[in-house]
Design a binder for this molecule. Structure first.
Ligand SMILES: Cc1cc2nc3c(=O)[nH]c(=O)nc-3n(C[C@H](O)[C@H](O)[C@H](O)COP(=O)(O)O)c2cc1C
Length: 185
């Protein structure tokens, strides 16, 4: 089982990098799955402007950067979205990256780790609506980190309880991924 931890912020000085590394450090202790950080920034994805809707493109994309992104997403059974909250919703570049593909997401599992002034929970709840369109299976367990209490001088110092919360999330994600509830396309 392979799980991709998607680092969805592409901003200079992004906090998401520390969050993704923290998630990876906890997830890597599990032996039921392999966990990798998938850094969206490294794909340098274009804004979606293609005439063909990605869901109808049969994995044939005009831009090699989208092809590389699609092949990467195809290689995972499930995901942890590490998401910031931008203006009470999901970050635009991350949404564009999800919109740029179709069948690569279909039927796969997803868990959410968010961060923001209020834990980024509005972004997570918006993601749940978005991924439903791919019949992705979202697990309930989440980690929501508070920007003003869990970062000290810019460094992530999560509350003690966060590791246990991440454990519950991982239990649910691993179990749902093993069940393979929705056939992939
Ligand atoms: C465009 C933009 C909009 C933001 N809107 C929100 C918001 O609605 N709620 C919130 O809690 N934080 C908001 N923030 C603050 C982010 O939570 C904070 O900057 C965080 O570090 C962003 O994640 P990143 O550094 O990984 O990109 C916003 C930041 C940006 C850049």
């Amino acid at each position: 089982m392979k799980i991709g931890i998607i680092l969805g912020s592409i901003r200079e000085g992004r906090r998401g990098e520390q969050v993704a590394q923290w998630v990876h450090s906890i997830a890597s202790k599990r032996d039921e799955a392999e966990f990798d950080i998938v850094d969206l920034k490294s794909f340098d994805l274009p804004l979606l402007t293609t005439a063909t809707v990605p869901g109808a493109a049969k994995r044939k994309y005009d831009d090699p950067r989208v092809t590389a992104w699609g092949e990467t997403i195809d290689s995972y059974d499930g995901f942890i979205f590490v998401t910031a909250e931008y203006n009470h919703s999901v970050p635009g570049a991350f949404k564009n990256a999800v919109d740029s593909l179709g069948p690569e997401w279909a039927g796969k599992t997803v868990a959410f780790v968010s961060y923001g002034a209020d834990g980024g929970v509005r972004a997570t709840e918006h993601w749940r609506q978005i991924v439903a369109n791919f019949q992705m299976v979202g697990v309930r367990g989440t980690v929501a980190l508070f920007n003003f209490m869990e970062f000290e001088d810019g460094a992530l110092v999560p509350f003690e309880r966060r590791e246990a919360e991440a454990g519950v999330m991982l239990d649910q994600l691993i179990a749902a991924t093993a069940k393979n509830l929705v056939p992939a396309v």
